[in-house]
Design a protein around this ligand. Sequence first.
Ligand SMILES: Nc1ncnc2c1ncn2[C@@H]1O[C@H](COP(=O)(O)OP(=O)(O)OP(=O)(O)O)[C@@H](O)[C@H]1O
Length: 297
Amino acid sequence: MSMIEVNHLTKKFGDFYSIQNVHLQIPKGEVFGFLGPNGAGKSTTIRHLMGFLQPTEGSCFINGLNCREASATIQQFVGYLPGEIAFIDKMTGKQFIHFIAQLRGMNDYTHAEKLMHFFELDASRLIKKMSKGMKQKVGLVCAFMHHPEIVILDEPTSGLDPLMQTKFIEFILAEKDKGTTIFMSSHMIEEVEKTCDRVAIINAGKIVATETITDLKKRKSKKYMLEFQDEQELTRFLDEEYVLERISSTKVMITITGDLQAFLHTLSNYKIIDLDVISQSLEDIFMHYYENGGAQS
Ligand SMILES: Nc1ncnc2c1ncn2[C@@H]1O[C@H](COP(=O)(O)OP(=O)(O)OP(=O)(O)O)[C@@H](O)[C@H]1O
């Protein structure tokens, strides 16, 4: 049985389709990424999972429970991090964390304390005086403090600095080892690549692809900026059969899809003074799907 199941979910706001025919099945223990640009429909899908929205068509289930009908029960056991957290500003971080814990009937804060320590959160401050990143950490502590088996995170790293983003990835990988089922939305391919088993890509309310990270990586091309020691070295390199764009007399941009090994081997024969990896943007990856007719794989 899937832990999370979204069946042909459609939501219309007036005449506008926020999401259309979204279909997802996430088995126990899977870390699933939900990628898409701003306004693609990620939060709308997630809000249905938490039972906050009534579908126009379709349905969703968590652990076999209908998300709309069993909303209260689901909110009790699922770990949830909303995209925009509505905090009670007058509380300190700690008071808020205890408040949420009590709503869940918890009275042991040991794990919450551990999480605060891990995320380096000083929760004694008033929430209204906290930065966006600190508030995000409060949200993460609330999402994980009751050892949930299923976790739903709406853009979990938004507002976190790069060091914390790395810590977050480490944290998710540890949760994955424990067997936690995680569904997380993001618009950053890198964090999804590092943590998830599978990913669905949503654009303009429709799923354009669902695939394993292994397959995504195989298909993904990467660009490298190479700077050669001098023009002669670059000229020599032009004989190699690579798709490249000449940037200057000593610099080229190369696109590599798939096998890196052969590329690295070739590079070892040249005098290179600098190499930069240019990450492929989400849009570039979408282009790939559009070029293939946006077919679902
Ligand atoms: N309550 C609402 N009323 C009208 N339109 C809405 C409502 N909620 C969402 N939408 C629209 O539905 C579309 C999808 O929004 P959603 O918030 O799900 O996107 P998202 O993928 O989470 O984007 P982001 O990355 O910016 O958070 C957007 O065009 C948004 O304006």
